[in-house]
Each structure stands twice: as structure tokens, then as C-alpha cells.
Design a protein around this ligand. Structure first.
Ligand code: 3PY
Ligand code: MG
Length: 251
């Protein structure tokens, strides 16, 4: 099975859902809402391997491409998530080209990388020819969310096999400005974001970013981002609930 995200990316921005709640039912619901991709978040989500597996299974029954954000740059966890059927990996805290190479190598079978063979659910989701095509189809996005990552941006983007970067705006603003904010208007953050968009364009890589709402995501697309996450399940559930309560009270 081809990774649909590459085709989407040629014509439009990829809209990516985000799951922090450990539930296959939530995954199934999000997968049916029109997202191009949905990410299972093992870093800040409340999700263990057993839940991640059922969530990836649920996403397989929807049109959304299943992605995973791993907890850190750990080849063992990356391998297990790919074997469990993730069609792309978002890796947090990539700060150097060496870290980017280690990340990409974990996502690729030899001779391009060092992923161990045992594709498991990859075969069920991708098809019997998964092993022959996985190296071309698995999407790799390195998170830029440290000052060092920003300094090394060009070298990170030059990593062979890296599809693009995904800005973690909370961590990036925390390191640049001293406070975490996904929609920070601090001049250093604005400059950093502009830099990432322009360097990605130059090197023909995907520029992605986490956002706090659909409106914010639309603004990011107009700034040049090609991969946006319009908030996660927790934020959406909380916001919809608050609004319903306020409306019911007539506020
Ligand atoms: C960040 O904003 O730091 C993130 O990692 C978003 O998911
Ligand atoms: Mg982060």
C-alpha cells in the first residue's frame, strides 16, 4: 500500500489528528472525521504499547494514515511501532544531524538503515509486498523543538531519507523565550518559524507544526506549512465540553 500522505502533500497540506487518550474508540472516531493522517502520541499521551496497538488497528479501519509520535529517539520503540503498523514516525527532540541519522536509520531496512526484520502488522496494513516498499513509504518527521535543533536545521534537513520536520512550538518557545506556548507571538519564535518554513521550502522537505485549533492550523498553512495538527483529542474534548456546558447555562 502506498503512503497516501505523499500524494496529499503534492497538492495540499496534510491535516493530521492527534491522540493522547488511550482508546481505540477515540482513534476510530478521529479516523473517520476527514483527517489525512492521525498520530498516536507515545510521548505526552497516556498510551502504552498495548493501547497503541489497538489504536493503530482501529485507524486501519479508517481512511486516515496511522502515524506515531514516539517517546524519544529510541530505535527499539520505533521498530515496534512500525511493526505494529505505523506508516510514519514523528520523533521528538531532534537537535543534531547525528540524531536525525539515527532516527531515519531506525525507520529503514538495510542497506539504508538498521531496522530489524519482522514487519508483523505492517504486512496486514501495507500488504504482502510491504518489505519491498517500506523504505520508500514510511514517513519520517524530525521534531525541531530545541535551540540546538534550530541552529542545526540545515544539516538536519539534509539528512538522507528524512521527509521533513515538525515544530513542537511549546518546547521550542520554552527554550527560546522561557515560556511554553503553541501560538507564541514572541519575535524569536516568529523568526524561528519563518526560518523553518523557508529552509524546508529550499530543501523541498515537509514543514509541519502542532497547532491549538483549526483556525490556528489554517493560519499556519497560509504561512507555508504543509503538515498541521489542529489540536489533540484532549483539547478538542475539553473545548467542546466547556462550550456545551456554557451554552446549556445560557452563558
Ligand atoms: C510541542 O509543542 O513541544 C510539542 O511537542 C507538540 O506536540
Ligand atoms: Mg514537544
Amino acid at each position: 500500500r502506498k503512503n497516501k500522505l505523499r500524494a496529499v502533500h503534492e497538492n495540499a497540506a496534510i491535516i493530521n489528528g492527534w491522540l493522547a487518550i488511550p482508546s481505540s474508540y477515540s482513534a476510530e472516531i478521529l479516523g473517520h472525521q476527514g483527517y489525512d493522517a492521525v498520530t498516536v502520541d507515545l510521548q505526552h499521551g497516556m498510551i502504552d504499547f498495548a493501547s497503541a496497538l489497538t489504536m493503530l488497528q482501529a485507524l486501519s479501519a479508517t481512511p486516515a494514515v496511522p502515524l506515531v509520535r514516539v517517546a524519544d529517539n529510541d530505535p527499539a520503540q520505533i521498530m515496534r511501532m512500525l511493526d505494529a503498523g505505523a506508516y510514519g514516525i514523528i520523533c521528538p527532540m531532534i537537535s543534531t544531524p547525528e540524531e536525525a541519522r539515527r532516527f531515519v536509520a531506525a525507520c529503514r531496512y538495510p542497506p539504508l538503515g538498521n531496522r530489524s526484520f519482522g514487519p508483523a502488522r505492517g504486512l496486514l496494513y501495507g500488504g504482502a509486498d510491504y518489505p519491498q516498499h517500506a523504505n520508500d513509504e514510511i514517513l519520517t518527521l524530525a521534531m525541531i523543538e530545541t535551540r540546538e535543533g534550530l541552529v542545526n536545521l540545515d544539516a538536519i534537513l539534509a539528512t538522507e531519507g528524512l521527509d521533513g520536520v515538525f515544530i513542537g512550538p511549546n518546547d521550542l518557545s520554552l527554550t527560546l523565550t522561557g515560556s511554553a506556548s503553541a501560538e507564541s507571538r514572541h519575535p524569536e519564535m516568529l523568526a524561528a518559524i519563518e526560518l523553518v518554513v523557508s529552509r524546508c521550502r529550499q530543501q523541498q522537505k515537509i514543514a509541519g507544526i502542532f497547532c491549538t485549533s483549526g483556525e490556528a492550523a489554517a493560519r499556519r498553512i497560509s504561512e507555508g506549512f504543509q503538515f498541521v495538527t489542529p489540536a489533540n483529542d484532549v483539547m478538542q474534548l475539553g473545548r467542546a465540553s466547556r462550550e456545551a456546558v456554557a451554552q446549556a447555562r445560557g452563558n
